[in-house]
Ligand binder design. Structure first.
Ligand SMILES: *Cc1c(COP(=O)(O)O)cnc(C)c1O
Length: 423
């Protein structure tokens, strides 16, 4: 047996989170499938199945519209679990609602409104496309300018780059800076504290996208003094396809910010059905609509499971899985022409590792045909996500062994060069 496999087995035997693997659903028809894409869509927790059946039978089925007595506070109740169990902030600072992109829109507009007369929004070219589009739209609608930092795709954005971007703008002209905490492509962690400080020194509001961070790494919102954040729950939080996203607004900012979609769920005395919009002073003023209850309960179960396991323990195992994968990469894949496209330092990396190869798309298809699900990301990246609650070191060993076999034999060249609609 090779040393690397012995190490995988030892790491699995010592894994304090090992019991969580049995808390998820696995398909019977593909027992050998190795899933390395939990950062696009996490696996279903078993508890979610139970919760949704109860919701259908006992709550929606039996209570009918009376169920809203319980569901009416779901956005806030699940938000409190996310706040204290996942994001390290206070109850009353987080809501489960809408989607990541819609929440980004709401908070970006609210931030620009709070900085009247300033004409610049700053983001970077490594930001997630939906964020780039939303920010372009906000800038266009308001007659503002979007400044785009050129970021190293493998190493992520730095505080020095943010400072330079602010310095390149006229004084007191930057309203908003919006960046990812963990880069979706490389997994690089941005220095939340230093970048938030830079934004504040320039008088700007800082809005963090936590999509690849929430449930994977600690999010030091409180210690950084971060203003605003958004994220989704269907990745590391295992909330299910299309489950609602979340938003965070620091408590002392809540009353002074106004989001642009004036819906009835943000309204004081909602059921008075009054004419004039008069939002509540609390975090619920960032709500718009009826909470999607089915997706909301699924997201809440995922958040509860993460809170129970503990983000610190999850992050520690995520870092170990990444380090082990990089060892396998160094030993087996670097000699075959693949290149590491993520930071090597585990403290600078979220729970995924990205490899570069010019035939990454073909390799991705070949790897799937060999029973491993990774992710392809443009332009030529193979993104490998670890879900510390259910990924084992032995699986990583087996997946990388299959990858080595494919690349060594060039068997990926038999797969189409043209990409499918969804990668
Ligand atoms: C997945 C992801 C999103 C997704 O947005 P939705 O509105 O939930 O579809 C946004 N930002 C980042 C960084 C992501 O990784």
């Amino acid at each position: 047996m090779d040393d690397l496999l012995t190490r995988a087995q030892a790491l699995d035997a010592a894994d304090p989170l090992a019991e969580y693997r049995a808390r998820f659903f696995y398909p019977e028809q593909e027992p050998d499938l190795i899933y390395l894409d939990g950062n696009s869509l996490g696996r279903p927790p078993l508890a979610t199945r139970e919760r949704l059946i109860k919701l259908l039978d006992e709550e929606w089925g039996a209570d009918l519209v009376r169920g809203w007595d319980r569901w009416i506070t779901l956005a806030r109740d699940a938000g409190d679990t996310l706040a204290t169990g996942v994001l390290g902030v206070e109850p009353g600072e987080v809501l489960l609602c809408d989607t990541a992109s819609v929440n980004l829109y709401k908070l970006a507009v609210a931030a620009c409104e709070a900085r009247p007369g300033r004409s610049v929004i700053i983001t970077d070219d490594d930001n997630f496309p939906s964020d780039q589009y939303v920010l372009q739209g906000v800038a266009a609608a308001r007659g503002m300018r979007l400044e785009v930092i050129k970021t190293d795709l493998d190493l992520g954005v730095t505080a020095d780059q943010v400072r330079a971007a602010i310095a390149a703008c006229p004084a007191d002209d930057v309203a908003l800076i919006s960046l990812q905490h963990v880069a979706y492509r490389s997994g690089a962690i941005a220095d939340m504290a230093a970048i938030t400080r830079a934004a504040h020194d320039g008088g700007a509001i800082m809005l963090w996208d936590l999509c690849h961070a929430a449930g994977a790494v600690p999010t030091p919102l409180r210690d950084s003094g971060a203003d605003l954040a958004i994220g989704c729950t269907y990745k590391h939080l295992n909330g299910g396809p299309g489950a609602p996203g979340f938003l965070y607004v620091r408590r002392d900012l809540q009353e002074s910010l106004r989001q642009p979609i004036w819906g009835w769920f943000g309204q004081a005395n909602q059921f008075d059905m009054g004419f004039d919009y008069d939002p509540v002073p609390t975090v619920e003023r960032f709500l718009v609509s009826s909470t999607p209850v089915m997706g909301g309960y699924a997201a809440w179960e995922g958040a509860k499971l993460t809170a129970e396991a503990g983000v610190d323990r999850i992050a520690a195992k995520g870092a170990q899985l990444g380090q082990y994968a990089i060892e396998l990469f160094d030993e087996w894949l670097a000699p075959l022409g693949l290149r590491l496209a993520s930071p090597r330092d585990p403290a600078r990396r979220g729970a995924h590792v990205t490899l570069h190869h010019e035939a990454a798309w073909q390799i991705c298809q070949a790897w799937k045909a060999a029973g491993v699900i990774p992710d392809f990301r443009t332009p030529d990246r193979l993104r490998i996500g670890f879900a510390p609650l259910y990924t084992t070191f032995a699986e990583v060993h087996e997946a990388f062994a299959r990858l080595r076999t494919i690349v060594a034999a060039s068997s990926h060249l038999a797969f189409p060069v043209t990409r499918s609609r969804i990668t």
